[in-house]
Design a protein around this ligand. Structure first.
Ligand code: BDP
Length: 719
């Protein structure tokens, strides 16, 4: 037995003796817990990681080496020393450019692009080593994290021959952080960016944030809210932005800013922000030049224009393309991009579902090639379940990026355990049919369908300054999953859940199996207790916390839940077929036909597209009314089952994290019950039908639920 294997087994044995509770954990380490006391990880780690041989000098190679030292040191209880020549068991890191040693190995790196990597067990000068190589330093860093992930998840790393590279170019987190540190739709404390103490004080969290992102391949972050404040573009803030960019750079992360479209008016008092006005164009050119003086690798602008009251080119009778191109032209000399959001709708009377497509589809081919149009996964707004947005596949001559919401604005904030991987998998695997079968959303997003110049997956971040970063232990999984889906939109949600679970909770099958099962069922559960059968947007006004299906008095029609469910005495659902709004016509004919036909739409999407009588019979043999009530009930039962599962893990998981999750699941059960009871009480007031046999009635009458107010719910748009 080699010494390292013996050490591994010793540690494993020791770990079994050590009560898990002995070590307090609060979740700060995320999935980068490098704990020797992980029995399977320690036992599975066989090769002698005797030393690290860093080939080349750069801040990124330094952090790759430091992470390996930290990770292997933690997992094996012994930090590998640095080597100066290959020795048996060494991990050799570098690029052909940084290392003659790696160059002469002639590794097949070429197809892996700038950010790909190879991890190989091989002989070098007669020694057995593990080589981590990439075409760039950041590729090496990604490879280092991959090796650590293998060890953390208890996989053999004796004979490695791995190659991987990102399928998507821009893999981003969008922070909806205001300059006063309020995070819009944030449930994890204040913004991580302490603008007050920047640039002088570099909070160590900035580095840990960058490590976490790099570990999952995130390579861009938008620092500020899409409802942006022009002040971020002033020198006062650019100094601070530079400080963050300097910290993130070694981790392969570029900084982007949300830019307010009328900034030339607000900051320079120009009389207009018309994108075709020469003064405006010049202002943006100079602003871009200035930003690049602070941040030479600045990524570009994210823009929310003419959406929910934000300024935009339409204020000056110009199109989205005019606005985006003007900014893109200013950034082009520096290699920056404009990410222009397609989340637009106005009070025109057109079905809100259809509006983004109506505005953007005619502009296909009109955007410069450094513009990416960022589209939310669904046509409305991050609902618990949405069909894919018809814009995916509809603009073959435009770079179309995916926007997911990692933070759970409409899915129970931070307290509900909802793993979003399954939802994203559903979105990515949806077949748009625009180029025949297999034209999945993933293939639009990864660029393999239309070959745009840029590809993008972005997630609205769920981070804040809570110790556990995401507001709950399980919300970390959604941050993790965003990175994995951005890296490869075809990844399996189950594999991602399992990886994360092993790294976050442990490799013991008695932990992994139940936790993964909980995660995999959790999205369907929330859909069931909030918006089953294709209902959507039933949340209470403004903060979106709790049910409000009865709300019908908001100034805009398409803010009212009653607009979306369209229920009355006879039936329920939004008719988007040709008899109704005809939004279905925006999909490829095969998709429109499938969703448009009651026998093929499927129960999960039924009320998205059809208005049906309460007595309409589903495939289950039950009426819509009965099925609705049963699904609401089933959702609550599922949460109860999650609580039982979690209780059964007591003693196997460190007590602090276990207790927090247990308490949050109790909150979730109460709130699931609230959702169920309130919605059943309300919908019964419409349908007038009795509950199916054996189903418990709501605990209170409808008036009770309608009277509930939450003026201080966190994450509000305007605090
Ligand atoms: C909605 C949020 C709002 C955002 C908007 C957006 O409620 O706070 O500003 O999305 O995406 O879901 O711009």
């Amino acid at each position: 037995m080699r010494p390292s294997a013996a050490l591994g087994l010793l540690l494993a044995a020791f770990a079994l003796l050590l009560p898990q509770g002995a070590r307090a954990e609060d979740g700060y380490e995320l999935w980068l817990r490098y704990h020797a006391a992980e029995p399977a990880a320690a036992a599975g780690y066989r090769p002698a990681a005797t030393a690290i041989l860093q080939q080349g000098d750069s801040p990124t190679l330094d952090v790759a080496r430091a992470e390996l030292e930290r990770g292997i040191g933690g997992l094996l209880g012994r930090t590998p020393p640095r080597a100066t020549a290959p020795i048996n068991g060494a991990i050799v890191i570098g690029t052909p450019a940084s290392s003659p040693l790696i160059a002469r190995l002639n590794l097949p790196l070429q197809p892996l692009g700038r950010e790909g990597y190879l991890v190989r067990s091989m002989a070098l000068d007669g020694r057995r080593v593990t080589v981590i190589a990439g075409n760039s330093d950041v590729g090496v860093l990604y490879g280092a994290f991959r090796l650590l992930r293998l060890i953390q998840t208890g996989q053999p790393i004796e004979r490695l021959n791995l190659a991987d590279s990102p399928h998507v170019e821009l893999r981003m987190l969008d922070h909806w952080d205001n300059l006063d540190r309020h995070v819009v739709r944030g449930y994890a404390g204040l913004s991580l960016w302490d603008w007050q103490t920047l640039p002088r004080f570099a909070d160590p969290r900035y580095t840990d944030y960058a490590r976490a992102n790099a570990s999952i391949g995130i390579n861009g972050v938008v620092l500020n809210n899409v409802n942006s404040n022009a002040d971020i573009l002033t020198p006062h803030f650019l100094e601070k932005v530079r400080a963050l960019a300097d910290i993130f750079r070694p981790y392969g992360i570029r900084v982007y800013l949300s830019a307010r479209f009328n900034a030339p008016m607000e900051l320079a008092h120009l009389p207009t922000a018309d994108p075709l006005d020469p003064r405006v164009r010049q202002w943006w050119r100079e602003k871009a030049d200035e930003i690049y003086r602070y941040v030479p690798d600045f990524g570009g602008f994210l823009v929310k224009a003419n959406s929910e009251g934000t300024p935009g080119p339409q204020d000056f009778h110009r199109t989205h393309a005019d606005g985006a191109n003007m900014m893109a032209q200013a950034l082009a000399p520096h290699g920056g991009v404009v990410i222009w959001r397609a989340f637009v709708y106005s009070d025109t009377g057109e079905d809100r579902f259809a509006q983004a497509y109506s505005e953007f589809h005619p502009l296909d081919g009109r955007f410069r090639d450094n513009v990416i149009v960022q589209v939310k996964n669904g046509p409305i707004d991050f609902q618990p379940r949405e069909p894919f947005s018809p814009l995916f596949g509809a603009m073959p001559r435009t770079a179309i990026g995916m926007e997911f919401q990692v933070t759970k604005e409409y899915l129970g904030f931070n307290t509900h355990l909802v793993y979003l991987g399954t939802m994203w998998e559903e979105a990515m695997r949806a077949d748009t049919r625009v180029r025949g079968e297999g034209s999945t959303v993933a293939r639009v997003v990864d660029g393999s369908l239309f070959r745009p110049r840029h590809t993008l997956v972005a997630g609205v971040a769920n981070t804040g300054n809570d110790r556990n970063w995401s507001g709950s232990q399980f919300d970390q999984a959604n941050w993790y999953a965003l990175g994995r889906f951005a890296w490869n939109p075809d990844v399996s949600a189950r594999d991602v859940a399992e990886e994360w679970t092993r790294m976050t909770w442990g490799n013991d099958p008695a932990i992994v199996t139940p936790i993964v099962a909980m995660m995999m069922g959790s999205h369907q559960a929330v859909v069931d207790y909030m918006t089953p059968l294709g209902l959507h947007h039933l949340m209470a006004t403004g903060h979106h916390y709790g049910p409000g299906p009865w709300v019908n008095d908001l100034e805009r029609r398409d803010w009212n839940p009653t607009y979306f469910h369209n229920g009355d005495r006879q039936g329920i659902g939004f008719d988007r077929t040709a008899r109704g709004s005809n939004a279905l016509a925006q999909y490829a004919p095969e998709v429109a036909a499938r969703f448009g036909n009651l026998s093929t739409v499927g129960d999960d999407y039924l009320l998205w597209f059809h208005h049906v009588p309460w007595t309409y019979r589903l495939d289950t043999g039950r009426t819509v009314w009965d099925e609705l009530v049963l699904r609401y009930t089933r959702g609550v039962d599922e949460v109860r089952a999650m609580r039982r599962t979690w209780a059964g893990l007591s003693g196997r998981i460190d007590p602090q994290r276990h207790a927090q999750v247990a308490a949050f699941l109790a909150i979730q059960e109460d709130e699931a019950q609230w959702w169920r009871d309130a919605c059943i009480a309300y919908f019964q007031s419409l349908s007038g039908l009795p509950l199916p046999a054996g189903v418990a009635p709501p605990a209170h009458d409808l008036a009770y639920y309608e009277a509930i107010r939450n003026p201080y719910a966190p994450g509000r748009d305007q605090p």
